[in-house]
Every structure is written in structure tokens, then in C-alpha cells.
Design a protein around this ligand. Sequence first.
Ligand code: NAD
Length: 499
Amino acid sequence: MQDLSHYIDGELVAGTSGRFSDVLNPATGEVQARVPLATKDEMDAAIAKAAEAQKIWAATNPQKRARVMMKFGALINENMDKLAELVAREHGKTLPDARGDVQRGLEVVEVCMGAPHMLKGEYTDAGGPGIDLYSMRQPLGVVAGITPFNFPAMIPLWKMAPALSCGNAMILKPSERVPSTSLYLAELLKEAGLPDGVLQVVNGDKEAVDAILDNETIQAVGFVGSTPIAQYIYGRAATNGKRAQCFGGAKNHMLIMPDADLDKAADALVGAGFGAAGERCMAISVAVPVGKETADGLIERLIPRIEKLKVGPYTAGEDIDYGPVITPQAKARIEGLIDSGVEQGATLVTDGRGLSLQGYENGYFVGPTLFDDVTADMDIYKEEIFGPVLSTVRMDNYEDALNLVKDNAYGNGTAIYTADGDTARDFAHRVNVGMVGINFPIPVPLSYHTFGGWKKSAFGDLNQYGPDAFKFYTRTKTVTSRWFSGIKDGGEFNFKAMD
Ligand code: NAD
């Protein structure tokens, strides 16, 4: 079993706290490594060193910083298979899905190759007599990224690429469940030319996070994870005067209108509901068919598709549809929520509880689970299950379906399947959710747009990546400049003292 490290000042460094967290293989239940959990002192020391390194990095011109991103992007491409394997080994997702995880992070690196353009300021010529105004975007200093387990490559890349290309140093605190991808990305960044100390990967748990939140040098915190922790981090960071954007959990609904192509909707729901074992913040976890015929037709189409799904370890080949959930606790929680759905009166159409795979009996596999007749007061509707469980809430009409989505506490993503442009347009306009798909199940925006939810899915201002990220990771300075009228009418030839 391997003891993992931190990555500090360009080197893998052993932890000194004596505290570790087990890194599991979710497919087998084995402990495959231990990750050190940093103390407050270790974190403070890493931040202090990052502050030194940041001065030189901020003084490096933006184009040179962008060239580091260019090389980094090339190295990610060259090492795609290794990165995907690291993701799959600790997270459990399939290799094609793991490559997608890396790819959607790489796309943010690609946008950051154009950072100099995004960092240009504004200029007003002659805003008053002899007065010009200009603004510049300056790096914040040392910023922190705190990331969840479910996208071991993508979300750390969403944090580090914009933060670094803006001239900041970053402390990355990855999820203790999946630390190896971040450690390897840090090595690739060094190879790409990032100076030592500009990216510090410090592993840890609450102690390390609290050290970040209370450290005066840290200027901004970008968090992604569950809603209670997002809200906590947002509050503590804000109290300590830091800029914070904290993205939380989700409960994403898909409306299926009577005019929708039900086969396409069922295909989309199977992928968006069960892909990555439902452990995506943009997973569709609630299907909302409008009208009885739509609902019956949808369930009828979902059942054979669900029965065909292959659940297994990533090592079993590329035709596996999804892998295990992340921990035994996650499996027990998901199965407990399925129990509650049955107890509270939902119809269990397919039951994923108690799945045991030959040779992987200790893995944390949960079979695809479909509920019908779910109502808004049930726990399976109210809670973010974060597992392969799809709930169907039947609605009589479009307005009720729309209101269901609007009344839900979360507002990360949503989708509508319809053949009617006017309905789609009305939905996109009126729904209070940050990312909307029209005949598109998982509407994660491309990297030159921005990603962010509404309501309890995000705390703070500005979205992740895209133009918002360059705003979040810089502060604006605006200069009002006046030059008094001088000598323009001809030279002065007398030798004069200054007066
Ligand atoms: P989590 O909240 O348990 O952990 C996220 C991070 O917070 C980790 O780095 C963890 O070490 C740290 N952390 C955990 N408990 C803490 C505490 N008490 N104090 C300080 N720090 C703490 O989330 P997770 O289980 O790793 O990830 C799954 C969650 O993330 C889901 O709710 C999912 O919807 C959400 N998520 C949201 C988005 C988004 O963009 N909105 C994207 C991906 C995942």
C-alpha cells in the first residue's frame, strides 16, 4: 500500500501530521493508498511559500504564463490515458467516462491559453477635459481551490487553470478520496514550466480547509462540493473578508412533454440518470413526464433500457455503463434512501439494492433503480441521492411541472424534451435554474461559456470558468488620469530652472 504525499514547492513531500485518510478502490473495497491530512501549520507554511512564488509569477507577462498553459494542455493530451486511469482507479468511473472527465477540464485549460486577451483592461479617452480613464485586472495573490470527489480531473482543472493564468498562486485541496490525479496534474504543470510554489497541492480534511479559510494571505476560495459544506465555507470565507464562490449539490429535473420523442428522452434519461453511477452534480435524478400517456410510455421505454445496463469495475472493459459508488457509506446511504422511497409509498420499478458482482463482492455497486409515482414530500425527492436512482414525478400539465422545478431548493441544471420551440423557449426563460438543456440532458456549458447553478446549488457571485473566472481571479483597478496642458506651440530655448 502506497503512502501518498503533498506537492509543495515543486516536489512530492510526505505529510508530517501522522494523520491519514484511506484511499479506497471502490470496485474491490480494498484500501489502495493512504493520503496524508495536513495540519494547520503545514497548510500555513505552504501558503507562505506560495505567496513568495506568486510575486515572480505575477510579474511574468501574461503571454508567457499562457505559454505554460499551452504546454500543459499538450502534456494532458499526451498523458490522457494515464490521467484517465488515475481517475478511474480512485473514483471507479469507467475509462471512457474518465477520459471525458479529463477532456472537460482540458477544455478550460485551452480557453486559458487566451488569458492575455481576457485580462485586457478598459479605456475611456477624454472622459473629461484632459482626463482619461483606464482599468486593469490584477491578480489577487494566493487563492484556494477545494474540490469534490466526483470529477477528480475536471474540477481541479476548472480551478487551477484560470487562477494560475491570471497570475495567482493556488493552494489546491483536492478530495481526500481521489488525491492522485491532482498530484499528477501538479507534476505536469511543473514540466510545462510553472515555477515551483505557484501551485501547491495540500491534502487534508476539515482541519486543512479551516486553515485555508482562516489564513489572511488567502484572497479567494473556489469550492465545489455538497451544499452544507458549500454554505459553511462561503460563510466562513466571507466573514474573514475573502472572495468566495461555493458550488453545492443538485436535484436536476427533466420535463418530458407529450410531444417529445419518447425514445430519445428515455435514452437520454438512462445516460444522464445512471452514468457515473449518478454521481454527477448535473445528473438527471427526477423525470417529470407531463400527462399519463407520456408517463406510461416513458416508463415502458425505460425498463428495457435499464435492464440492459452493465454495472462493473472499470477494468472489465469499455462496454461497462457505470461503476461503483465512492464509499461503503455512500452505498449504505443510497440503499437507505431507496428503502425510504418504498416505505413512503413510491412505486419501485427496478430495484438496485443488494447488487453483488462475482469477484467484486466487496465493491460498492448499486444497481440502476427506477421509481414511479414519486411525490414532492418524499425523502427520495427532497434529498440529493447522488447514486443511480431515478425518480419519476408525474404531472398533469406543463405549468405544474414547471412549478415543481421552480419550487425545488436546488437550481443547478434542468432539461426539457419537447418538439415545440415555444414551450422550450418559455421553459428556458421562466425556470429559476442556472443551466438549461433543450432536448439535451446534461447541459454543462462549453468552456468559453460559464458554469454555475442557482438557489442552494451555488453561494457567492460569478460562475466557474469562461469569462466569469477571469473576473473572479482578478481585481479591477481603475485609474483616472489627468495631464495638464503643456507646451505644444513650439520649443523653449532659454535655459530655465524648473519652477
Ligand atoms: P463534500 O462536500 O463532502 O466535499 C467537498 C470538499 O470539501 C472535499 O475537498 C472535502 O475534503 C471538503 N470537506 C468535506 N467536509 C468538510 C467539512 N466539514 N469542512 C470543511 N471541508 C470539508 O462533497 P463530495 O462528496 O466530495 O462531492 C459531492 C458533492 O459535490 C455533491 O453534493 C455534488 O452535487 C457536489 N458537486 C457540485 C458541483 C457543482 O458545480 N455545483 C460539481 C460537482 C459536485
